[in-house]
Write a protein that binds this ligand. Structure first.
Ligand SMILES: NC(=O)c1ccc[n+]([C@@H]2O[C@H](COP(=O)([O-])OP(=O)(O)OC[C@H]3O[C@@H](n4cnc5c(N)ncnc54)[C@H](OP(=O)(O)O)[C@@H]3O)[C@@H](O)[C@H]2O)c1
Length: 282
């Protein structure tokens, strides 16, 4: 009999990648997005989990518009913090495993160093604050959990890569920041990591990003090169591109706990984006 996995936020980037990963496997994805299961509603979450009795819950749902999190503070907190809390309560009650996805934005990112799971958090945005609260709720309420902090995620759906490829079609040049450094991470790679950890009892907090780091400008130049796009990238500073959200300048995550406890390795970001672009161009 197949093992049931409740996938929340199934219409998002990671939701798609998780479904692709488990397609044709011994696991059955019970897919939900906000229409079927609003993770902020504790009663609905508990009722659904009691009915399905899942082997695991993979929470791919989130409020990911970082700028909007500053204006929609309460709503984003409900989705990014109360949502995982509700899922953790449900996972605990049904004896299920829980995968919660978190972010590099839990860090202030004011030092140029690679951050491990043991570095001090200190979010500088509402998004980071809500996601960190979500992590803490999961630790408080779930027994068997994997919290995976990822970063700069791209996959099926609306994402930075597609936005910048479209921008290149209509602009003589594009302006991209050169002084924020991080780990562009493919949702496909993150789904593989989830698939690796889920059957294990290797619980806890993990950093899970593609290997290597770069700036947003470097990243853009690389996928433009792969796509044969010749639109010039104007490499600007964060100060030249003001947004409502303060962002970590350095958020290079080190997958320290994955290296210490598993033989799972993420692809390098240059290989992962090359694979993504090959599929985009099919
Ligand atoms: N994207 C990134 O760069 C990035 C970076 C670091 C970490 N992460 C984390 O990675 C995870 C996956 O992100 P993603 O990029 O795949 O997200 P995404 O593409 O924005 O998808 C999130 C999904 O959750 C749904 N959702 C929103 N509110 C909900 C609710 N109350 N109940 C149920 N579903 C709800 C969204 O629906 P609507 O579209 O209708 O709102 C959407 O389908 C998230 O935990 C995110 O915080 C993402």
């Amino acid at each position: 009999m197949s093992k049931k996995i409740i996938v929340t936020g199934c219409n998002g980037q990671l939701g798609h990648a998780v479904n692709d990963f488990y397609a044709g496997s011994d696991y059955e994805c019970v897919n939900t997005d906000v229409g079927e299961l609003d993770i902020t509603d504790v009663d609905a979450v508990l009722k659904f989990a009691r009915e399905v009795k899942p082997y695991a819950i993979i929470n791919c749902a989130a409020y990911t518009n970082v700028n909007m999190c500053e204006t929609e503070k309460d709503l984003s907190f409900r989705i990014n913090a109360i949502g995982p809390r509700n899922l953790a309560i449900a996972a605990s009650e049904t004896g299920s495993k829980l995968v919660q996805i978190s972010t590099d934005y839990v860090f202030p990112g004011d030092e140029d160093k690679e951050l491990t799971e043991f570095d001090k958090t200190g979010p500088v945005s509402s998004y980071g604050f809500g996601k960190l609260a979500g992590e803490n709720f999961v630790k408080d309420f779930a027994d068997k959990y994997f919290i995976i902090r990822t970063a700069w995620l791209y996959g099926e759906g609306k994402n930075f890569v597609r936005t910048m490829l479209n921008a290149a079609k209509t602009n003589p040049s594009v302006r991209v920041v050169r002084d924020q450094i991080g780990n562009p991470t493919s949702a496909v790679e993150l789904a593989k990591c989830i698939g690796y950890l889920l059957p294990t009892d290797n619980y806890g907090l993990f950093h899970g990003t593609c290997e290597g780091s770069c700036s947003w400008a470097d990243f853009t130049e690389e996928f433009y090169r792969l796509a044969g796009v010749t639109t010039p990238v104007e490499r600007i500073t964060t100060d030249e591109f003001p947004t409502p959200t303060k962002r970590p300048a350095f958020s290079k995550l080190d997958n320290y706990m994955l290296r210490q406890t598993t033989d799972f390795r993420f692809a390098h970001w240059t290989d992962a984006i090359a694979e993504y672009m090959r599929n985009e161009q099919k």
